[in-house]
Design a protein around this ligand. Structure first.
Ligand code: OAD
Length: 241
């Protein structure tokens, strides 16, 4: 049987579903996957050397500029048919499908998916580098690269999880509960190399399906592997399910 036909049947039979997405979910929207070769000015830097608190404290303007370039790129991309198929399924079946994403691009949210559990934050949002004092909240930050509190100098930083940082506790707890309780988890577009996110695919009582055009570190945890892309497979298997 065609694996997508089998997957469509599994989806129709599942009462509670989780989608765990990674950068490959956004590839067909034109967003480079995380481990793509870096382009342009950043070609000589690994993201792990930029996306850390230490890198930001050492070179705040340099790291800030990297995020500003990525933010500008995100403004030019849009959700694709796979994102829209997920949101459409959620509209037809309220509360039946939970989206857990490692992506910071906000594309699931822009496609209309409600209550997305963004485990690694959102690149379009900022937060304070150090815990804010009353002065930080009393007035808008002074513009700059990065902006800063005009009184104590506390810096603004992208509201994303950097290497070595903890994931947001509330989102992670909700994701763990959804993974544990679901009947079916679709793991879409992730290499499965970063924990705790990848661990969700090993902590579910439900069936696991990997949707990825290439091999991933979670293939061994899968009950079914669909060698295909997010934009091609998801609309097929989520339609009239
Ligand atoms: P990766 O770049 O590690 O993996 C992307 C995956 O998507 C690969 O397995 C590709 O085969 C697959 N892929 C590529 N194109 C695809 C398509 N059109 N449809 C479906 N799959 C496709 O990105 P992630 O697994 O998301 O963490 O990386 C996980 C985390 O590593 C990121 O969230 C980031 C990074 O450290 C933080 O920033 C904290």
């Amino acid at each position: 049987m065609d694996v997508t036909v089998e997957l469509h049947q599994w989806i129709r039979a599942a009462a509670r579903l989780v989608i765990l997405s990674g950068a490959g979910m956004s590839a067909e929207s034109g967003v480079p996957t995380f481990r793509d070769a870096q382009t342009g000015l950043w070609a000589n830097f690994r993201p792990e050397e930029l996306a850390t608190p230490e890198a930001f404290r050492a070179r705040p303007a340099f790291v800030w500029d990297w995020y500003e370039e990525r933010r500008a790129r995100m403004r030019d991309v849009a959700p694709h048919a796979g994102h829209l198929a997920i949101a459409d399924f959620q509209r037809r079946h309220p509360g039946r499908l939970t989206v857990v994403t490692q992506n910071v691009d906000g594309l699931h949210q822009r496609a209309g998916s409600p209550d997305v559990l963004a485990l690694h934050g959102q690149i379009a949002q900022d937060t304070w580098l150090d815990p804010p004092r009353p002065c930080c909240e009393a007035a808008p930050p002074v513009p700059g690269r990065p902006p800063a509190c005009g009184v104590c100098g506390n810096l603004r930083r992208p509201a994303v999880v950097w290497f070595g940082e903890m994931l947001p506790a509330r989102e992670l707890a909700q994701a763990e509960r959804a993974a544990r309780d679901c009947d079916l988890m679709l793991v879409v577009g992730t290499s499965g190399v970063v924990y705790p996110a990848a661990g969700l695919a090993r902590a579910t009582r439900g069936r696991v399906v990997v949707i990825n055009p290439h091999e991933s570190d979670l293939d061994d945890a899968a009950d079914l592997v669909v060698r295909g892309t997010a934009a091609a497979v998801l609309p097929k298997v989520l339609a009239d399910a």
